[in-house]
Design a protein around this ligand. Structure first.
Ligand code: 13P
Ligand code: SF4
Length: 306
């Protein structure tokens, strides 16, 4: 513990010296929360990355998040403790597979979940996050969209926006897709009065039973507002610690799995990364400028529709 305290102080001092900001996803280890300037879901972190005037962005999350920060800040240094911390869902969709899908549905706009590579974003019309996917799809003109790479989020969006046909790529998050209805039924018996809060990357059979479906940061707001004391949290396990810190008066039970790539970072690796100013995240200039358009189309929809 004393070692942690010393490292936290060293990281804070280095951040000041180097004019660096630390952005951390909600699923990070709790020790990372203690040095982060901003903790949030993908949307909040995109917005913070877009606003910051720091010279260095140290991203604690997975690679698509750091790449997004890089696309939004082509002139800044974006660094990560582990360059190989990836997202299994993002890795399921290759650029070739997306091109094939576009060829089979000519002229249909492509909405790409932010959990995707920079190359895939560059081939897309709109980006979205779990917090705004429904609104983005609802606001696009036309009656069809291609939605990649998450089939579960695509299905959820399609049920919320029935006036549009949502054509999904068959990708998924193994961490969320593993939670099934049977697993849920057994757990509910132990705490029957607990409400269910689910991430939209979960399967339909899980989402249909949930009392609220939210992005990770949306979960914090939902439990603060809901008139209940106990919750089952259906997402990555790190969210439980985050909820306990943000909403200390309520109880949280995990029906969750671990995303190991999200757990790679710790205080030592953050300190090393800041000291070395690397590894540095790189996105090809051409790819970044095309991917930026899909992100800007998302921001435009959000700005036009609050
Ligand atoms: P959020 O944007 O809701 O934080 O989700 C990101 C993610 O990777 C969930 O698995
Ligand atoms: Fe990707 Fe799933 Fe991990 Fe989120 S939890 S970063 S979607 S593998």
């Amino acid at each position: 513990m004393a070692e942690h305290k010393i490292l936290i102080e060293k990281i804070k001092k280095l951040k000041k010296q180097k004019n660096a900001v630390i952005l951390a996803h909600n699923y990070q280890r709790p020790e990372i929360y203690d040095v982060a300037d901003f903790i949030g879901d993908s949307l909040k972190l995109c917005l913070e990355a877009r606003e910051t005037d720091a010279d260095i962005i140290l991203f604690c999350g997975v690679s698509f998040m750091a790449e997004t920060a890089c696309i939004l800040n082509p002139d800044k240094k974006v660094i990560v403790p582990f360059i190989d911390a990836g997202c299994a869902m993002a890795d399921m969709l290759s650029i070739e597979a997306l091109r094939k899908m576009k060829k089979a549905h000519p002229g249909v706009p492509v909405v790409t979940y932010v959990n995707s590579s920079a190359e895939v974003k560059a081939e897309s019309d709109y980006c979205c996050t779990s917090a705004n996917a429904v609104e983005v799809v609802r606001r696009i003109e036309g009656d069809k969209v291609l939605f990649v790479p998450d089939r579960n989020l695509a299905g959820y969006v399609g049920r919320q926006v029935p006036e549009k046909k949502v054509i999904a790529f068959d990708g998924y998050c193994p961490v969320h897709d593993m939670i099934n209805a049977e697993y849920l039924d057994d757990a509910i018996k132990t705490y029957p009065s607990a409400k269910l809060i689910a991430h939209p990357e979960c399967r339909q059979e899980v989402l249909e039973r949930a009392d609220a479906v939210r992005s990770t940061s949306g979960m914090i707001k939902a439990v603060q507002e809901m008139d209940a004391e106990e919750f089952f949290v259906l997402t990555e396990c790190g969210m439980i610690e985050r909820l306990k810190r943000e909403v200390p008066g309520k109880k949280f039970y995990g029906l969750c799995n671990m995303c190991f790539d999200m757990k790679k970072n710790n205080l030592e690796s953050v300190f090393r990364c800041l000291e070395d100013e690397g590894p540095k995240v790189k996105v090809d200039k051409n790819v970044a400028s095309k991917a930026l358009l899909s992100l800007e189309n998302m921001f435009d929809i959000m700005e036009d529709h609050g």
